[in-house]
Design a protein around this ligand. Structure first.
Ligand SMILES: Cc1cc2nc3c(=O)[nH]c(=O)nc-3n(C[C@H](O)[C@H](O)[C@H](O)COP(=O)(O)O)c2cc1C
Length: 318
C-alpha cells in the first residue's frame, strides 16, 4: 500500500515535510501545497522556495498547481521540469469560495467541456507527467461518472479522489460507495483520500475496494504524525515522540529565519489538528490557542504534555 501525505496549505511546508520525514519515516510521498500562478504563470517567491531541491533534501514532493488555463499551467510545469520534477498534480478539488467561482479547484468541475479543453491542451504539451486531485462533484457524487468520463480520455499519471462533493467541504461523510463504484472503470492508478484518520477508517476503504493500493492522508496525519506507521501495523503514537517532533519542528521553523511570530502561527495551525490527541484537556488547548508569544506557547504545550489529557490511540475526527 502506498501512503501519501496530502497537500495542506499552511501545514505541509518543506520545513514540516522535512521534520516529519526525519521523525516518522512512514509516508511514501509528500504532496506540496498548491502553486497558484497568475495569468503569466508567475507564483509567489515563497511557493517556489518551498519546492527548491535544496529545501527538500529527503526527496522531491509532488508539486501541485491550482489553475484553469493551460498557458500559465504549462509555464509553471516547464519551470518545475527545469528544477528536476517529473510529475505535477492538478488541483480540481479546492472548495474555497474564493476559488470555485473563478472555475478553479473544484470549480473546474462546473463546466466539463472547459475541463476537457484544458486537459487536452495540457496533455498535448506538458513536459511532466500529470496527475489530478479531484472531488466527486460540486453538489453531489452523482456527478462523478460524467467527470470520470473526461479524465478517462487522458493518460493521467494518477487520479487522487477526495471522496466528497464540494458542497461537503471537509465536513460531509466521504462517499466510499461512489468511489468504489467508479474504481473499476479507471484506466490509471487511483488513490483514495478523505477522512482516513485511524485503522478503522482505513479498513473501511480497503474493505470496500480490496484492489486499492494508494491512500492519501491529510488531517489525520497532521493530528497524528505516526499514523503512517500505525496503518502499516506499527505502534500507535507515544506522547514523548510527539513532544520531540514538535520541539524539532519549532527549532526547524526558527532556524529557517521566518521569525518568532510566524513560527508561533505555524505551530498553532498544526495544534489545531494535534489537539484531537488531548481530548481530556480542553482548558490546556485553549491556553495554547491564546498564547501570544513562543514563551507562552512553550509553557502551554509543556503543561499539556505533563498533564493527563493525552490519550494514546485518539485520532482526529474527520
Ligand atoms: C488546511 C488545509 C489545507 C489544504 N490545502 C490543500 C492544498 O493545498 N491542495 C489540495 O489539493 N488540497 C488541500 N487540502 C485538502 C487535503 O489535501 C485533503 O484532500 C482533505 O483534507 C481531505 O483529506 P483528509 O480527510 O485526510 O484531511 C487542504 C485541506 C486542509 C484542511
Amino acid at each position: 500500500m502506498q501512503l501519501s501525505f496530502a497537500p495542506m496549505e499552511g501545514i505541509t511546508s518543506c520545513l514540516f515535510r522535512r521534520t516529519h520525514a526525519a521523525c516518522f519515516p512512514g509516508a511514501d510521498r509528500y504532496f506540496a501545497p498548491f502553486l497558484a500562478p497568475d495569468g503569466s504563470g508567475r507564483c509567489r517567491d515563497g511557493a517556489w522556495r518551498d519546492l527548491r531541491p535544496e529545501n527538500n533534501p529527503n526527496g522531491l514532493p509532488v508539486p501541485q498547481i491550482l489553475c484553469n488555463r493551460a498557458e500559465p499551467f504549462l509555464t509553471v510545469a516547464r519551470e518545475l521540469a527545469a528544477m528536476g520534477y517529473t510529475e505535477v498534480n492538478l488541483n480540481a478539488g479546492c472548495p474555497s469560495s474564493t476559488v470555485v467561482p473563478k472555475h478553479k479547484g473544484a470549480g473546474m468541475l462546473l463546466d466539463l467541456s472547459s475541463l476537457d479543453d484544458f486537459l487536452a491542451d495540457v496533455f498535448s504539451r506538458c513536459p511532466l507527467r500529470v496527475s489530478v486531485k479531484t472531488r466527486l462533484g460540486l453538489e453531489s457524487s452523482e456527478e462523478f461518472p460524467a467527470i470520470l468520463e473526461i479524465y478517462r480520455r487522458y493518460p493521467l499519471a494518477e487520479l487522487i479522489v477526495h471522496a466528497r462533493d464540494r458542497a461537503g467541504m471537509y465536513r460531509s461523510r466521504p462517499d466510499i460507495g461512489a468511489f468504489a463504484a467508479a474504481f473499476p472503470s479507471c484506466p490509471f492508478p487511483v488513490c483514495y483520500n478523505g477522512s482516513v484518520v485511524d485503522r478503522k477508517s482505513f479498513h473501511a476503504v480497503t474493505d470496500a475496494v480490496p484492489e486499492l493500493d494508494r491512500v492519501m492522508l491529510g488531517r489525520g496525519a497532521a493530528a497524528d504524525p505516526a499514523l503512517f506507521r500505525e496503518l502499516r501495523g506499527g505502534e500507535a503514537l507515544e506522547k514523548d515522540e510527539l513532544r520531540v517532533f514538535l520541539a524539532r519542528y519549532e527549532a526547524v521553523l526558527l532556524a529557517s529565519g521566518i521569525g518568532e511570530h510566524y513560527t508561533l502561527g505555524r505551530l498553532k495551525e498544526l495544534w489545531f489538528y494535534i489537539g484531537a490527541l488531548f481530548p481530556a484537556d480542553a482548558r490546556g488547548l485553549k491556553r495554547l490557542r491564546k498564547a501570544q508569544d513562543l514563551a507562552e506557547y512553550r509553557s502551554a504545550a509543556e503543561r499539556l504534555f505533563v498533564g493527563q489529557g493525552f490519550q494514546r490511540g485518539a485520532h482526529f475526527v474527520g
